[in-house]
Design a protein around this ligand. Structure first.
Ligand SMILES: [Ca+2]
Length: 64
């Protein structure tokens, strides 16, 4: 009885939740790259992306 309860109560929802979390994380990272938030594509939106975007903007202005 106890073993059965443990299986249905904890094992399935935990694995399902972890997978969903990973899928959401990956989807968010891909989305950030697509819409330009993650400029250096390292998976994080931080100051490095802002710096890279500023550099790209400066370069574009110079070329024109
Ligand atoms: Ca980044």
């Amino acid at each position: 009885m106890w073993a059965y309860q443990d299986k249905t109560k904890s094992v399935r929802p935990i694995t399902k939740g972890k997978n969903m979390k990973k899928v959401k994380e990956v989807a968010l990272k891909v989305w950030n790259v697509i819409n330009g938030k993650d400029a250096d594509m390292d998976g994080d939106v931080d100051i490095d992306d802002a710096m890279l975007k500023a550099k790209r903007k400066a370069k574009k202005k110079k070329e024109k």
